[in-house]
Design a protein around this ligand. Sequence first.
Ligand code: BES
Ligand code: MN
Ligand code: ZN
Length: 493
Amino acid sequence: MQVSINPGTLNEWTGNLLLIGILENELQEHLNLLAHRYGKGIDKKIKANKFKGKSNDLLSFDLLNEEEDKVILIGLGKSENLKIETLRKAIAKASRLFIGSSGRLGIHLPWELVNQGKAVQAVSEATRLCFFKDQRFMSQPEEQITPEQINLIGVNETWEEILETVNPTCAGVELARELVGAPPNELSPEVLAETAKKISEEFGLKLKLLEREECEKLGMGAYLAVAKGSDLPPKFIHLKYQSKGEIKKKLAIVGKGLTFDSGGYNLKVGASQIELMKFDMGGSAAVLGTARAISEIKPAGIEVDFIIAACENMINGSAVHPGDIVKASNGTTIEINNTDAEGRLTLADALVYACNQKPDAIVDLATLTGACVIALGDEIAGLWSNNDLLAKDLIASANTTGEGLWRMPLPASYKEGLKSLLADLKNTGPRAGGSITAALFLKEFVDEDIPWAHIDIAGTVWSDKGKGVDPAGATGYGVRTLINWISAQPLVK
Ligand code: BES
Ligand code: MN
Ligand code: ZN
């Protein structure tokens, strides 16, 4: 799919597929415009179908003239309420209806009323991302027909360069969706490591892969405890992006990489959705998707370390017992009072490793707690941070991409819940406030002077029905927020 800008007017544009966004208060102008293009009868049809330009109004015409196969009108509501988000959602809804059509799709919107650069980004991403369909595991995949060319009609040519980031960004989101969607018998820690290797070779990133023995030498007792019950070896993955020239900022991104979470001896039973726990590597998928995109976009002046402690949480004779006491690589001892709180154990050692890279900021993404799903649902991820500026930047980045993100508190008093009789910490606190104690647990493994943020994506990693730009299934959540955040870094210390 190729997106390009057509600075001309709708009347000058030619193609076979057309999508027109119409504001309530501009209905009459559009009726005139459409009558001019398709003949007088069209305004009757529009009125007869009660299309008024209200948001969610949608009208589709086939074969209006010799050249055009399909024309879709989508309502955008009142101009004073028009936001980028309105455009993104409307476009995702309408573009879907072009699946099955090939050729050139023109998109005509009231670009002048919003920030054109942001609108170009949102609309192009929405169009491509809602065309995505994962058919890798079908024995007879359907042929996926979608428009090959997308023209943004009436956009100022100065926004051309935005398009250069759209394709790498979408490719990153799609990679993350494919990794999360892959079943656990296909996607092992080893396959995550191979994916990292492919990215490093194709896009020129440095890769360091640590096997179990090397992790043992580094004292990663928390991470390795989780991996003990699996027949598959753990893989600690470290990819590094370095821009050419002087490096002014160093960032680290850490992703939870449980390719399957059975719960361990605290086995997931009842309604705990054990069959969905292939998505427990959603954080690492976002990290790899971002790594792929960043190495193509090549932002200047920065280094980014992408870190994943990948493994499986399974049960066998050598699996960790509930009650085991282990030691993390910073020397902290942990009583594992619940083997299902495994993500934080892997992240503990990954965060210590990230701190040793001496970054200016660390962001971790993890499908960490069911409690976060209860608190925020599947459209909003939770954000915890020890730094207000970092939290503000991440929320701003999430807002521009349309990914939901909400800051949550980190009250020191809740640390009480992680007190152990025998060790420095327990890995699980009380049920109430479970996402907060999980974040407080992670905080114990981050140097106090490093700005750090934790994003709990347990709810947003997967969508049962599909929503906005996301088809049902894996969403690829986090990739767009991370890319935006990395690309928007001020290059001063
Ligand atoms: N991977 C799960 C969290 C999760 C649950 C993600 C549901 C998505 C949907 C995590 O490892 C886990 O099991 N967390 C436990 C923690 C508890 C034992 C303190 C949970 O949330 O129940
Ligand atoms: Mn678990
Ligand atoms: Zn888990």
